[in-house]
Design a binder for this molecule. Structure first.
Ligand code: FMN
Length: 363
């Protein structure tokens, strides 16, 4: 038994869609909790006006009855309210009538740092919008909704997952982060940053060293690297470990099978070891600058300036929410593999029986 997530939808299309399979029956979902995470994703000091247009809310089209999962595929939808302004330009079917609104002219100027050039070449596109609409981080809205479902499942076995901002523009202090964001905005520039996701209550034994694909560290890295603009992932002390001696790099085991340090970030040999799972993701500065970068017009081959589309100065706070959802999803997937069960009760009972077998208790 495993979880699987499939999504569809473009940034300015009618909606974002997710199908979640492998959930047990009997999981009680809270619409307000999912919407709260969608709202959290839209917050942050450096965000653009788009976030004021979109007030994301989840709709459920299948797999749920009276708030309880049925053990069948769960169909989630987050509508793009901004689609009203793009109804002609992003119409799924050939549009009727005169062109109106946004997205009516082909975009041929490829923006550095985005999928525009690579996507146009790969798929043979004349309008880079056909690439950028899906490559955009907008569809993280629906992965955050899926993450909220995963967190609900994990809560049933006492696992909590939380994402926080570590750095924005190299600054760790909140006031300094705001000043750096203001300064970048004034310079019509952008910032990146680092987020950390920490999961507590994770039992030992999620993931496996059996094959590369089973390794929990590899899976968490792929989940985080799969988020737009994430360029590096660390587990525990991460890259810093490479600069330490072995005597200062590992987590000695003390009676009670606990550790006094957690440099491994809760995973050893690709398996959770019972300590909190701690991962970090580093985000590059957003590539759409209000002071555009140099590029080439793909239609003429001539030098050009990148398109300036309404854009965030920084989205590190949003990344913390998206990364939290990604880690929750991967942990929930690993927990489904370990504990299985068609009903939530079976899943919880398998977890309880496992804890009776092993001498480990949550912190
Ligand atoms: C939550 C979130 C919001 C983002 N918002 C923007 C944005 O407003 N402008 C922008 O240029 N890039 C934004 N990005 C980053 C782009 O989506 C990303 O740079 C682009 O997909 C290319 O990065 P990649 O090479 O890692 O895919 C955002 C990323 C995330 C995770």
């Amino acid at each position: 038994m495993t979880l699987a997530l499939t999504t569809a939808g473009e940034s300015h299309g009618p909606a974002l869609v997710a199908i979640l399979t492998g959930l047990p029956a009997g999981l009680v979902l809270d619409r307000a909790a999912i919407d709260h995470d969608l709202h959290r994703r839209q917050q942050g000091y450096g965000r653009s006006a788009r976030q004021r247009i979109e007030h994301d809310e989840v709709e459920v089209l299948g797999g749920l009855r009276h708030g309880r999962t049925l053990g069948t595929p769960l169909g989630l939808v987050v509508r793009n309210r901004d689609h009203d302004n793009w109804a002609w330009g992003m119409s799924p079917w050939p549009p009727d009538g005169e062109a109106h609104g946004k997205g009516t002219e082909p975009v041929t100027v490829a923006r550095p740092g985005h999928a525009d050039l690579a996507g146009a070449l790969k798929y043979g596109l004349r309008d880079t919008r056909d690439a950028l609409e899906r490559a955009s981080a907008r569809h993280t809205a629906v992965t955050v909704a899926a993450g909220a479902v995963a967190k609900t499942l994990l809560a049933a076995i006492g696992v909590t997952v939380a994402g926080t901002v570590v750095e924005i523009g190299g600054e760790t202090d909140e006031q300094a982060q705001r000043e750096a964001t203001d300064s970048a905005r004034a310079d019509r520039d952008t910032l990146g940053g680092i987020v950390e996701v920490s999961a507590t209550g994770v039992p030992p034994g999620l993931g496996s060293y059996a094959t590369r694909d089973d390794r929990l560290d590899a899976r968490l890295a792929a989940a985080l690297m799969g988020i737009q603009a994430v360029k590096a992932v660390e587990l525990g002390a991460g890259a810093e470990l490479a600069r330490r001696r072995g005597s200062d790099a590992h987590d000695e085991i003390v009676p009670g099978l606990r550790r006094t340090t957690n440099r491994a970030g809760g995973v050893e040999g690709g398996v959770s070891n019972g300590e909190p799972v701690v991962v970090r993701a580093a985000m590059k500065p957003l590539p759409t600058l209000m002071r555009p970068l140099g590029t080439v017009d793909l239609a003429s081959g001539e030098r050009a300036q990148a398109l300036v589309e309404r854009s965030d100065v920084a989205a590190v706070e949003a990344l913390a929410v998206v990364a939290e959802a990604a880690v929750a999803w991967e942990l929930a997937r690993a927990a489904r593999e370990k504990f299985g069960g068609d009903s939530l009760d079976d899943f919880v009972a398998a977890h309880r029986a496992y804890l009776e077998r092993i001498p480990w208790r949550p912190h």
